[in-house]
Design a protein around this ligand. Structure first.
Ligand code: NAP
Length: 267
């Protein structure tokens, strides 16, 4: 394990991360631990990932709890444990999410419901269960997707991430008076197991549309999430931050620009 980046303004904070057994969730847990936070990493898997188990040298304190984000009773149990163990929660990262690459003509109702249950309802249940333990200065970070900013063909996934934007804005508005902030981060193409299953042609197409002309790393998302959890972002509320190499910003215009540039080279 390489030493993760450490950010200021996080030492001693109690932060829950969902879907933290691997990928971006694990990277978020490790940055928070390197920054001195107490991290409750949760995932559907029964056992803590090896990287978390070997994070004892980092300044923060790591705990691992099994949690299926769709399980309301599981959230209640976690809230009760957090209350008795720490008496408060300073941060929640709703990171757990699943892809589903079916198109509008072929999506089955069960698949649609499962994607929404994990990607949207899971985040809502987490906010409902843990927000009573939050005080002024607490921060909620939802993990959206560049698909939430465009019409990506994966209809259930795209629609679920658009819904998560709505949940983010409502929560940011409702909890603002309590001094609790809620923001959403939209990763582009990030190298995790989720994307390992994506067809190569999709990777090529996305790279052709990404101004930085490379894929992202989980640590690059984790750094932005950690900033949003930290006191350094104390006046950032209801914001949507793409971490996508400029993919959504250029809105496909890079493709057109490159074609024009290349045609001018040959004429
Ligand atoms: P990942 O590598 O697939 O990791 C997701 C983790 O969440 C896995 O450990 C998974 O466990 C767990 N999980 C799945 N269902 C769960 C549930 N019901 N309750 C608790 N945990 C559950 O994914 P990732 O690439 O790190 O993605 C993290 C987040 O970023 C997701 O919300 C995703 O939609 C979003 N995102 C990712 C990308 C990307 O390019 N990677 C781009 C945009 C947005 P199992 O493996 O056992 O299912």
């Amino acid at each position: 394990m390489t030493t993760p980046l450490a950010l200021p303004g996080l030492a001693g904070k109690v932060v829950v991360v969902t879907g933290a057994a691997r990928g971006q969730g694990l990277a978020e847990a490790l940055v928070l631990l390197a920054s001195g936070a107490t991290v409750i990493a949760t995932d559907i898997a029964p056992d803590a990932p090896a990287d978390l188990a070997s994070s004892a040298d980092l300044p923060g304190l790591a705990h691992y709890r099994q949690l299926d984000v769709t399980d309301e009773a599981g959230w209640t149990e976690l809230a009760s444990w957090l209350g008795s163990e720490f008496g408060r929660v300073d941060g929640l990262v709703n990171n757990a999410g699943i892809p589903f690459r079916g198109r509008i003509g072929e999506i089955a109702r069960d698949d649609w419901d499962r994607v929404f249950a994990i990607n949207v309802t899971g985040a809502m249940l987490g906010i409902q269960a843990l927000s009573p333990l939050m005080n002024a200065g607490a921060s909620i970070v939802n993990i959206g997707s560049s698909a939430a900013l465009n019409a990506h063909h994966t209809v259930a996934y795209t629609s679920s991430k658009w819904a998560l934007r709505g949940l983010t804005h409502v929560t940011a508005t409702e909890f603002g008076a309590r001094g609790i902030r809620t923001n959403i981060v939209h990763p582009g193409y990030i190298e995790t197991e989720m994307m390992a299953a994506a067809p190569a042609i999709m990777t090529d197409a996305q790279l052709a549309l990404t101004p930085l002309e490379r894929t992202g790393q989980p640590e690059e998302v984790a750094a932005v999430v950690a900033f949003l959890l930290s006191d350094a972002s104390a006046y950032v509320n209801g914001a949507e931050i793409p971490v996508d190499g400029g993919f959504t910003s250029s809105a496909g215009v890079k493709y057109m620009s490159d074609i024009i540039k290349n045609s001018q080279k040959t004429t």
